[in-house]
Design a protein around this ligand. Structure first.
Ligand code: NDP
Length: 313
């Protein structure tokens, strides 16, 4: 970075993590004028912005060259409201990937090994063994075969689960049965004893976890949802659980967040809830990923995580 002209980089998200970013920039790219919003100085001098939500006066950032999302998703942005030519870059960094691999593996294993059943039995002082099934007899399918889906599948395959995945375009991943496109969704669903959602939220994927999809799953299947809340039609999940079509759901996301008091998910015996913590951007690896993208930007190389606005992810 030492040959670059001085530039202003603004961070606009959680200020505690912002302070960590500041320390990392001071160490790794001291020539960058790193600022934490709202201390932006002259907005016209800001060349790079990393944000969860852009500032209301984004139009005043006339010299902006790149907008980074501090998260892996970009559904929190109103894409129509962003300047047309401004590149939007989502967060692709190993810390997020590692966190999601841990979470999805934990959720799948907890379902596979009846963890919640044993927790409930313990509360009632019940000593009752359920049959232990080998991983090879439990088919796992992942909606989304992107950065996160691929890493999760690699881990689950290693544990011996037969794996499949569904994406928009056709992929070829060793040891994973790959399905692509809407027409292939029913066939994919039919072979998912545990369905894991790792899709981005777009106009096409909103509401995709619905009664139609649940009916296609084998009876007694389970859902792990770590995508975004609006993927899920909430009443359809309750109906599927109450009818027994689904046996269990592990939900990291809901709509709205936080889940309102009194919502039926809080008390539902077949639902395990976590407060959108499946994975988090890790400052150390995130700052390194951002700096690598700044280098690529300078060199005119393709950016890691550049969003295709037309497709919405
Ligand atoms: P990627 O962009 O790398 O991958 C997205 C995948 O979804 C791709 O395989 C893509 O298909 C597929 N996809 C997108 N639209 C469709 C569609 N209409 N039909 C079928 N497949 C589709 O994203 P990541 O893996 O990095 O992240 C995925 C999501 O995970 C994020 O957008 C976010 O919502 C969620 N997330 C949740 C976190 C949490 O803590 N709960 C943390 C981080 C992320 P194709 O390969 O053909 O392009």
């Amino acid at each position: 970075m030492s040959d670059t002209p001085p530039c202003t980089f603004v961070y606009k998200a959680d200020p505690v993590r912002g302070a960590e970013w500041r320390g990392l920039f001071a160490e790794l790219a001291p020539e960058v004028d790193f600022r934490i919003w709202p201390d932006v100085g002259d907005p016209a001098r800001v060349r790079f912005l990393a944000a969860w939500q852009p500032p209301a006066d984004l139009a005043a950032y006339t010299g902006l060259e790149l907008l980074f999302s501090v998260g892996a998703g970009i559904d929190q942005f109103d894409l129509e409201a962003l300047p047309a030519g401004l590149p939007l870059v989502r967060m692709v960094e190993p810390g997020i990937v590692g966190g999601m691999v841990e979470y999805a593996t934990l959720a799948v294993l907890s379902i596979h090994r009846d963890w919640q059943t044993y927790a409930a039995q313990q509360r009632c002082e019940v000593w009752r063994a359920l049959r232990v099934r080998p991983a090879a007899s439990r088919r796992v399918g992942v909606l989304g075969l992107g950065v996160l889906g691929r890493a999760v599948l690699a881990q689950l395959r290693g544990l011996g689960f037969p794996c499949s995945a569904w994406s928009r375009s056709q992929h070829d991943v060793e040891g994973v049965d790959c399905y692509a496109g809407d027409a292939a969704l029913p066939g994919f669903a039919a072979r998912c004893d545990i369905l894991v959602c790792l899709l981005p939220l777009t106009d096409e994927t909103r509401g995709i976890l619905n009664a139609r999809l649940f009916e296609r799953l084998p009876a007694g299947a389970a859902l792990v949802h770590a995508g975004r809340g609006p993927h899920l039609v909430q009443q359809d999940l309750l109906d599927a659980l109450d009818s027994g079509q689904l046996a269990r759901a592990v939900l990291d996301v809901c709509d709205p967040e936080p889940l309102p008091p009194g919502h039926p998910y809080w008390e539902h015996p077949a639902i395990m809830l976590t407060p959108h913590i499946a994975s988090m951007t890790q400052p150390d690896s995130a700052v390194r990923a951002v700096l690598e993208n700044l280098r690529r930007h300078r060199a005119g190389e393709p950016l890691e995580g550049l969003v295709e606005r037309r497709r919405g992810y």
